[in-house]
Unconditional design. Structure first.
Length: 417
């Protein structure tokens, strides 16, 4: 990911669904005005979901996902269809593509139901109108059959593409509404101190993605970011001449930073900010409480949303298992996964500990939380878990009143029982 590009996790994910050879790839090329998707008259040219991050004016930064046809056949075809349906878990807006020659079939009806079941906005397209003209009466009949507005297009002749773009803009969810990293807890002119350890896992010559995004959000809200290392915090606070509104730290150095941050300055972490921004902070806090009931032999899944080269002191495979064992005193079995999917044996786990999800979009993070809870498996993310085992979760949720009140009420209930 170039430092000059919007991170994929913050881009609107637009996915095209339909039968083989319905012209999904041609529509992508027409929308983007680029030959980015492989086009062929041979059915099944697109065999796996293809992701392309780009800018589409006037929509902005998006990820376009070209999927395999849902009428693929055979054992391999079933695997491809499964991958296509998995794309729904990260789709912000779907484009249902209907071949004008074959019309509406059970395939279109089935995928439309799946899209609507997940409450995903959907734009309907009837493609290849250059080959078969669709009358207004036919279009109305098709719309009635699907209960969906349909836009006739010819991707080859670039007809109807502007109308499709306008429909995409109309349907696009407001991803930023009610979701901010730090903008709602700081004011213009506030000082924000960021604690950024530079260890073996830090990429050479740059900051990691969550740190970059928080700095950008601070600047967007006309506040002032001050970046320092954990062992320079005391010196920084003494020298800046103004009390900062909040200190935001890497969760791995929570303990030291908490000791060095005065009680009248709010404290939280990058990971907790992302738990709130993309996930469900309340559910993740509830998941941390599972540590109290873990037993010898229980399995804990450490899940990460991306793959990366692991260092000898890797947070997921080394530090978090160590902290969990120290806190519980139990002989816990740990398993690890990375990438876009959970392992198939999810019901084997007593707890899921997930990364901050900086490389995932909001819909996918929320989907992962839902999948865990639907299987009655508590889930917590790195930052929340670390704060919990270090005994400072109540303090680091002070910037978030609802979550903080829940913790205080639970603490009061325990003391009164």
């Amino acid at each position: 990911m170039s430092l000059n590009r919007t991170p994929r996790g913050d881009r609107v994910h637009i996915a095209l669904f339909g039968k083989r050879n319905a012209g999904k790839s041609s529509i992508i090329n027409a929308i983007t005005n680029q030959d980015i998707a492989l086009v062929s008259s041979v059915k099944g040219t697109t065999t796996d979901p293809v992701y392309k991050a780009m800018e589409i004016l006037p929509i902005g930064p998006v990820v376009i996902i070209d999927t395999a046809g849902l009428d693929d056949e055979g054992e391999l075809g079933e695997l491809r269809k499964k991958k296509t349906l998995d794309v729904l878990n990260k789709t912000d807006l779907a484009i249902l593509t209907i071949d004008a020659e074959s019309g509406i079939t059970d395939f279109e009806k089935g995928i439309l139901k799946s899209i609507k079941d997940k409450n995903i906005p959907v734009a309907g397209v009837v493609n290849k109108t250059d080959i078969k003209n669709i009358s207004k009466e036919e279009l109305k009949s098709m719309e009635k059959e699907l209960s969906l507005k349909l836009i006739p297009v010819s991707a080859i002749e670039n007809k109807g593409i502007d109308e499709l773009k306008n429909e995409i803009i109309r349907l696009l969810p407001d991803n930023d509404k009610g979701h901010e990293l730090v903008g709602d807890i700081i004011d213009p002119g506030d000082f924000v101190v960021l604690i950024v350890p530079i260890d073996t896992a830090a990429p050479k010559g740059r900051l990691i993605l969550p740190q970059q995004q928080v700095i950008r959000d601070i600047l967007d809200n006309d506040a002032i970011s001050i970046v320092t290392k954990e062992y320079k915090l005391k010196e920084t606070l003494e020298n800046i001449g103004k009390k900062p509104k909040i200190v935001i730290t890497d969760s791995q150095v929570f303990e030291r930073v908490s000791k060095d941050t005065p009680d009248d300055i709010m404290l939280t972490s990058f990971s907790i900010l992302f738990a709130r921004y993309k996930g469900d902070l309340i559910k993740l806090i509830e998941g941390a409480k599972k540590l109290e009931s873990l037993k010898n032999g229980d399995k804990v899944l450490i899940a990460e949303g991306c793959t990366h080269h692991r260092q000898s002191d890797d947070i997921g495979t080394v530090k978090i298992p160590k902290w969990i064992k120290e806190y519980t005193g139990k002989d816990i079995e740990f398993e690890f996964s990375s990438g876009f999917k959970y392992p198939n044996n999810l019901k084997d786990y007593s707890l899921i500990v997930h990364c901050g999800g900086c490389m995932l979009n909001r819909r996918e993070v929320q989907h992962r939380i839902k999948v865990a809870l639907d299987n009655n498996i508590p889930i917590v993310n790195y930052g929340v878990l670390i704060a919990y085992v270090k005994g400072i979760l109540e303090r680091v949720t002070e910037p978030f009143p609802i979550a903080n009140k829940m913790l205080k009420d639970a603490k009061s209930s325990l003391s009164n029982s």
